[in-house]
Design a protein around this ligand. Structure first.
Ligand code: FES
Length: 115
């Protein structure tokens, strides 16, 4: 079961278990269930309020589900993803560090999420 550590300088780090095998559990959903105060607004990949920095703590190569086109476009608008990185995502499954918590699906890997 993946362990997700949420970290923010204003709060104590909190590590929670994610449901293994769930393909619907977003980072934001997990944070809300565990009373982790990640800022959010639209919950639909439109506003960028839920921007987080994600680092894989697993020894595996890939980091969670790749961002959808919608998420990639907003991350680009926010200056958190370059065209080159988008190409890399499409070709190599490059795991970008910046993600939208409301869009990122948690997979079977341990993560550090800075919010
Ligand atoms: S809450 Fe708006 S993009 Fe995630």
């Amino acid at each position: 079961m993946p362990m997700i550590t949420f970290s923010n300088p204003q709060y104590k780090d909190k590590t929670v278990y994610a449901v293994a095998g769930s393909h619907t559990e977003t980072l934001l959903k997990l944070a809300k269930v565990n009373s982790i105060p990640i800022a959010f607004d639209c919950q639909d990949g439109e506003c960028g309020t839920c921007l987080v920095k994600v680092t894989s703590l697993s020894k595996k190569e890939r980091m969670s589900g790749p961002p959808t086109e919608k998420e990639r476009n907003l991350l680009k608008q926010l200056g958190k993803l370059t065209d080159d990185e988008i190409k890399q995502i499409l070709v190599d499954d490059f795991p970008p560090p910046w993600r939208l918590a409301c869009q990122m699906i948690v997979r079977d890997e341990d993560l550090l999420v800075e919010y």
